[in-house]
Design a binder for this molecule. Structure first.
Ligand SMILES: [Zn+2]
Length: 264
């Protein structure tokens, strides 16, 4: 199964790229009339970060898997897969656990200064659109990959479910970073279960309290359950400021790569 995760990179990349292009085209169509002069420099920087992160993860994936295996063997926690659950219950439980781990890791990446240095690059984007979803520092991609896969290994979550969730969550993150205004009734109905553009946009707010809310990755109910859910009216969301206030973003295509090593 570990080999499968490594060998899956070619079609994972093709599928992810295909979904990204499709979502970007939809965003372009529905947000037409809002041309932005800074679109291409931003997109170039965000694509470089994505390519760097993807390449780094592929490069160190044997190390990530070895780390996850070592942690699992050292802690020896009873694996979920060994509980003898029916397949459907194992899959549902695994999906919920993976998403909860993603939520917790996201909260932690905001509160631990060293992790925030890496995650800050995602938030230093001064616009909010589908390219923001691929704007993660390569160091963050590697560290979060190793940590999250280790946690899944300890929990005994089947790796095939991890892979399927990874693809679904990535596609959904493209969607919830879209610069679109869904009809409010639709956004409200969807965000009962999943994170929507209207919900996630607040997580990129210049307002510190809002940026420390709406941490959900795929499912929205963790934020409600743990009291980190916030909302705004659609009118207020349309004009809100995006980015970080305490840190000047790195300029140019390579500037964001240096962000974790810079002080404010
Ligand atoms: Zn964040």
């Amino acid at each position: 199964m570990a080999d499968f995760i490594i060998e899956a990179h070619d079609w994972q990349f093709a599928l992810t790229l295909g979904v990204f292009v499709a979502v970007a085209l939809i965003e372009q169509l529905v947000s037409a009339g809002r041309p932005r002069a800074d679109r291409w420099p931003r997109w170039a920087a965000n694509i470089v970060l994505f390519a760097g992160g993807f390449g780094a993860v592929v490069l160190v994936s044997p190390w990530i898997l070895a780390t996850a295996t070592w942690v699992q063997q050292t802690l020896g926690f009873p694996p979920l897969a060994g509980l003898g659950l029916p397949a459907w219950l194992l899959i549902v439980l695994s999906l919920l656990l993976i998403d909860l781990v993603g939520y917790i890791c996201h909260v932690v990446s905001h509160w631990v200064p060293l992790l925030w240095r890496m995650h800050r690059t995602h938030h230093s984007d001064e616009r909010f659109d589908v390219s923001t979803s691929i704007r993660h520092h390569p160091l963050e991609s590697v560290v979060s990959g190793a940590v999250q896969l280790s946690i899944y290994a300890v929990l005994g979550v089947p790796l095939l479910v991890v892979l399927a969730y990874g693809l679904a969550a990535t596609a959904w993150q493209f969607l919830h970073h879209m610069d679109v205004r869904l009809p409010e009734w639709l956004d409200r109905a969807l965000r009962v279960v999943v994170v929507t553009p209207g919900m996630h946009k607040l997580h990129h707010s210049l307002d510190h309290a809002e940026a420390n809310s709406n941490f959900g990755v795929l499912f929205s109910f963790w934020d409600r359950l743990f009291g980190t859910y916030r909302r705004r009216t659609p009118e207020s969301r349309a004009t809100m400021g995006i980015g970080v206030t305490d840190f000047p973003p790195g300029r140019g295509i390579l500037g964001p790569l240096l962000e974790p090593f810079r002080s404010r």
